[in-house]
Design a protein around this ligand. Structure first.
Ligand SMILES: NC(=O)c1ccc[n+]([C@@H]2O[C@H](COP(=O)([O-])OP(=O)(O)OC[C@H]3O[C@@H](n4cnc5c(N)ncnc54)[C@H](OP(=O)(O)O)[C@@H]3O)[C@@H](O)[C@H]2O)c1
Length: 228
């Protein structure tokens, strides 16, 4: 589905995390809108492990000039309460999503156009506390804050954050898994829209952030009303 008529012909979009889920949907939508798209991740032709700064730097030495940088990485971690939360889980989650996104933006700076946009990904748990939400909630809040800081620091480049609610991606488990379907149905049933989101509808928010020249420092909630 394409709800926008935005075009990105002649523009190069790099999606860090473009090999799966939300990032893959952004890559598909940007390509359909005319962009040349490069996906980065551990499983992409230009491989990039966000936990390894040298790998990130090398990847951005191969991308060429970038008009729009989109960051959708995330480690598949659970929702442990503090007593069960291990250092390894904490480190992995922060290494990939927060530190990894910052490493990627830093490595991209030499090839980022002066008018470039950067779009980060946080998540509704940043502002929706719940037992077990500590890890993802604190991490997403840090991404929201980093986006606003960078909007000032990297101006006139624009920096925005998309904050998704529950979106049907491989993050929730393998397709065909009955437990996964039941969880998504249960979560979706609690939302005003009555269902979880699809990656292709979320992708349109990224395209909007990329194309809207007056938008920077914004956190765009796309969560089916989950924050209400
Ligand atoms: N799905 C949801 O319901 C939801 C809700 C709120 C927020 N979010 C956020 O949205 C973002 C995307 O989630 P998703 O659902 O699309 O998850 P996903 O399908 O698991 O995709 C995660 C992406 O992160 C990349 N990645 C993981 N570890 C990496 C590493 N060490 N180095 C480089 N790339 C790495 C993966 O690529 P490789 O495997 O190729 O490395 C993959 O492309 C995450 O930040 C997540 O927290 C998702």
């Amino acid at each position: 589905m394409n709800i926008t008529s935005l075009r990105f012909d002649g523009q190069h979009v790099v999606v860090v995390g473009g090999s799966s889920g939300i990032g893959r949907a952004v890559a598909v939508a940007a390509e359909a809108a005319g962009a040349r798209v490069t996906a980065l991740g551990r499983h992409t032709p230009i491989a990039c492990d966000l936990t390894d700064d040298a790998s990130v730097v090398q990847a951005f030495q191969r991308t060429g000039a970038i008009d729009h940088l989109v960051l959708t990485p995330g480690a598949r971690v659970g929702s442990p309460r503090l007593e069960q939360l291990t250092d390894a889980e904490l480190l992995t989650a922060y290494q990939v999503k927060l530190f990894g996104s910052l490493r990627a933006i830093r490595a991209a700076l030499p090839v980022l156009a002066p008018t470039a946009s950067i779009t980060l990904t946080s998540g509704q748990l940043a502002r929706k506390p719940s037992p077990g939400g500590l890890l993802k909630g604190s991490l997403n809040a840090a991404v929201d804050a980093a986006g606003r800081q960078l909007a000032k620091e990297l101006a006139p480049r624009r920096v925005n954050v998309v904050s998704p609610g529950a979106i049907d991606t491989p993050l929730w488990g393998a397709d065909g898994d009955a437990a996964r379907a039941a969880t998504l149905a249960r979560v979706g049933g609690t939302l005003p829209v009555g269902r979880v989101g699809r990656p292709d509808e979320l992708a349109q928010a990224y395209l909007l952030a990329m194309a809207t020249g007056f938008m920077t420092g914004s956190v765009i909630d796309v969560d089916g009303g989950g924050l209400l």
